[in-house]
Design a protein. Structure first.
Length: 293
């Protein structure tokens, strides 16, 4: 068997999230079927992903891995005889480009380094959330990736509120509870900037996220930004550590996975092992890669 790393992107609008679900169109399901067909596997390929995304959420730099029989790569050889490994993988990218719908793209396939696990080797995930408070609404050409907020937003207030959430905390107030999974996370960065076109963009970085965490955080900060809640309120909700009915989860389509960070190659296996151990122990990193957004 050979482990392949896939670097990919998708527009989440037409998908019922990442994870395969019977009878529904999902990113994982589409890619697994395509790889299985191209390499003539006995069944669909089985992908492992860095971070599962919910329905409507986008990804610009998602990472996954798949283990396939080395012999199956021979299906990519051309009429002129066997190709080298790099040529075969380039051929796989081209074949996937011809099979997959335009809303999901595999832009690189490579042989994974020793010890690489797309899920457990990851050091951090970086998301962006984009909102427009323009009086007339969102640029129609960006309506699938930018959420319209029909009230003026105060950038300084949103950043003041966000600063109270950074660090290692129990984010139970901002997560959908999963049985047996910790809600303790290390939020490494959460800050807003207003871009030249007027769109407000939140950068959110953590070791991992629990279900709906980013969108719940954004929802609380929007309430502070438009004056419906005081700047201190999101921090007070965090401290309470229980789900607050006043926190409204922001719409999915404003969220995009922008980056997954990994350690240097010699440290990949150790990182994956440490992540698995911490998850088993139920400590700060918790359910590190079974992350949904």
């Amino acid at each position: 068997m050979v482990r392949l790393r896939l670097d990919l992107a998708y527009d989440g609008t037409g998908f019922s999230g990442w994870a395969r679900q019977p009878g529904l169109r999902t990113v994982q399901g589409e890619i697994e079927q395509a790889i299985g067909r191209i390499l003539r596997l006995d069944g669909p390929a089985m992908l492992t992903v860095a971070g599962r995304t919910d329905a409507g959420v986008h990804a610009r730099a998602q990472v996954a891995h798949v283990d396939v029989p080395e012999a199956s790569l021979g299906e990519l050889d051309g009429n002129r005889g066997p190709l080298g490994v790099d040529e075969r993988l380039a051929a796989l990218v081209r074949r996937l480009g011809g099979v997959l719908e335009p809303d999901v793209r595999i832009y690189r396939v490579s042989v994974a380094p020793e010890g690489f696990d797309a899920r457990f080797s990851a050091m951090f995930r970086r998301y962006a959330y984009r909102v427009s408070d323009a009086p007339g609404g969102v640029d129609p050409l960006r309506r699938r990736e930018v959420v319209w907020h029909n009230r003026p937003l105060d950038l300084a207030a949103m950043n003041a509120a966000a600063a109270r959430l950074v660090g290692e905390h129990d984010f139970a107030a901002f997560c959908k509870k999963r049985e047996g999974a910790t809600t303790i996370r290390e939020l490494q960065r959460l800050e807003w900037a207003r871009l030249p076109d007027g769109v407000l963009e939140a950068t959110v970085v953590a070791d991992a996220f629990c279900h709906s965490m980013v969108r719940a955080l954004v929802g609380s900060l929007l309430a502070a930004g438009d004056g419906r809640r005081p700047v201190e309120w999101p921090g007070q909700v965090l401290t309470a550590a229980v789900r607050d009915s006043g926190v409204h989860v922001a719409p999915a389509h404003g969220l995009c996975l922008e980056e997954v960070g990994y350690p240097p190659e010699p440290e990949l296996a150790a990182r994956a092992l440490a992540t698995r151990r911490v998850r088993t122990a139920g400590s700060a990193l918790g359910d590190a890669a079974l992350q949904h957004e």
